[in-house]
Design a protein. Structure first.
Length: 201
């Protein structure tokens, strides 16, 4: 894949409601695991219906709420553990590529200048899923964040069970991105035209 890209555009929103409006018209990095069939929590058809306004977005779950509340604390501990400088891009900020305006990412933090950092919190029962690196659904999200920001890698930190911190750097995989892009762009087309997704057996 050609590493050249158009300028990155930063979309800032004052409220969560404004951010959600923008999220409806773009494919965010967190949408990619769903589109690729890697999510155990949501199907592509459900995501399509939400973005088309047919279904209301699911409310923030208790797990998600705690993840949001703990995000600043996890970021501080990650900075202490790694010695890296962690930069907050601001709440409700979406990064998009100028040459792919319908693909974006809400980056939790940046490190080393332009490397996106995902911040996660999960239950102890999920500890084994993080033993050798992030789960594939998380890595898919990380790859798209690297693609959107033009970074050669991405990073993730996860608080497990409230008392164990794990973190990983993942190199950008242009092979993965090249394979994922047609599927993402096809999904974006279905949303922009309000055309139902094909059902596969």
């Amino acid at each position: 894949m050609d590493d050249k890209q158009g300028a990155r555009v930063v979309l800032r929103h004052a409220t969560r409601e404004e951010w959600l409006v923008t999220r409806r018209r773009i494919c965010g990095a967190s949408d990619v695991p769903i589109i690729l069939g890697l999510s155990q929590f949501k199907k592509p058809g459900t995501l399509w219906a939400e973005k088309c306004g047919i279904l209301a977005p699911e409310p923030v779950s208790r797990h998600q709420r705690w993840g949001i509340l703990l995000e600043p604390v996890i970021a501080l501990e990650y900075a202490r553990a790694t010695g890296r400088t962690v930069i907050d891009p601001g709440a409700y900020t979406i990064q998009v590529r100028e040459d792919y305006p319908h693909i974006g990412a809400t980056v939790d933090r940046f490190i080393d200048g332009n490397v996106p950092l995902q911040i996660k919190a999960t239950a102890y029962s999920q500890r084994s899923a993080w033993k050798n690196g992030p789960p594939i659904s998380i890595e898919a999200q990380m790859q798209i964040e690297a693609f959107v920001t033009g970074s050669p890698q991405s990073a993730v930190v996860c608080l497990i069970g409230g008392n164990e911190l794990v973190y990983f750097d993942v190199p950008r995989s242009d092979r993965f991105i090249s394979a994922a892009l047609p599927k993402i762009l096809r999904f974006v087309h279905h949303v922009s035209t309000a055309t139902p997704l094909e059902v596969t057996p």
